[in-house]
Write a protein that binds this ligand. Structure first.
Ligand SMILES: Nc1ncnc2c1ncn2[C@@H]1O[C@H](COP(=O)(O)OP(=O)(O)OP(=O)(O)O)[C@@H](O)[C@H]1O
Length: 267
């Protein structure tokens, strides 16, 4: 039996419900060695939740998320909460010890220099800026040499130089063809540069899985394709008539009160 095509992670009929609201519905997805997947979709379509479930950080409400034995996942989250008083070195030590990574200090220092975080490592991580924390999150995702790296809004909030350095580091990491990648991004160039598969999500459902090369051949850029998809799936504002809105105002508690306030105060 060939082991090559074994999955790294696999979601089977995943659904997730938050406060009675379905956020993911019946998702099936297999990520294999060497897969380079970009996930796009409107805000709130469930991209982060799906990745957190794939990374075993969250439980699905139903369905199964399996990780192949021994597979290591590095996940950079869009937002991370660190305990006050903890330094980035504390977290780094914890990661390296947990994963039993006995990396030579030179290798670690090389990462710190490339990511331009060396001077931040002794500071209280909870007091660093969003972009500084972001760089540390990327460091932590990469340093464990994961089989699958999941990056959520990789470059958001990063200055130009940091972005370039991180892209460079990611390219080096992906030089190993065995590594799996999932990027959630609103930056279509990132998807075009790093991914071969594009997943378009909407309302907690995978609407379409496409091949990036084919998209570029047909649409010129991933951006053009995604714009088309947004148009295709968008609820047109013209569908909402004034009558419907009037109805909404009389049914909505806040809108009703606001209308009273406006009527009272406007000349
Ligand atoms: N911990 C939580 N508790 C309750 N609701 C949540 C929680 N996390 C996410 N949600 C809700 O689930 C939905 C999907 O959120 P998610 O962050 O997965 O979307 P997303 O596609 O990654 O969005 P974005 O592009 O804005 O990052 C949203 O409506 C969000 O408000």
């Amino acid at each position: 039996m060939q082991q090559e095509n074994k999955y790294l992670v696999k979601a089977t009929n995943i659904s997730k419900i938050y406060n009675h609201q379905p956020v993911l519905s019946d998702i099936n997805l297999e990520v294999k060695k060497g897969d380079r997947i970009g996930i796009v979709g409107p805000n709130g379509s469930g991209k982060t939740t799906l990745c957190e479930i794939l990374a075993q950080l969250r439980r699905p409400s139903s369905g199964q998320a399996l990780k192949e034995y021994g597979v290591r996942i590095g996940m950079q989250l869009q937002e991370s909460k660190y305990p006050k008083g903890t330094t980035a070195y504390d977290i780094l030590n914890l990661y390296l010890k947990t994963y039993k990574l006995y990396l030579e200090p030179e290798i670690i220092l090389n990462y710190l220099t490339t990511l331009n975080v060396k001077e931040l490592m002794n500071k209280d991580i909870s007091k660093l800026s969003g972009g500084q924390q972001q760089r540390i999150n990327i460091l932590l995702a990469l340093i464990i040499n994961p089989d699958l790296i999941i990056l959520d809004e990789l470059a958001t909030g990063l200055d130009l130089e940091s972005k370039e350095r991180i892209y460079e580091l990611l390219s080096q990491f992906l030089g190993n063809q065995e590594k799996g990648l999932i990027i959630i991004s609103h930056n279509m160039d990132e998807i075009q540069n790093f991914c071969d598969t594009l997943i378009f999500m909407m309302n907690g459902v995978i609407q379409k899985i496409s091949n990036v090369q084919e998209i570029v051949r047909e649409f010129g850029t991933v951006e053009k394709f995604v714009k088309e998809k947004f148009k295709e799936y968008q609820i047109q504002p013209t569908n909402i008539s004034n009558n419907n809105l009037n109805q909404e105002v009389s049914n909505d508690k806040w809108a009703k009160q606001w209308k009273k306030y406006v009527d009272k105060n406007k000349k």
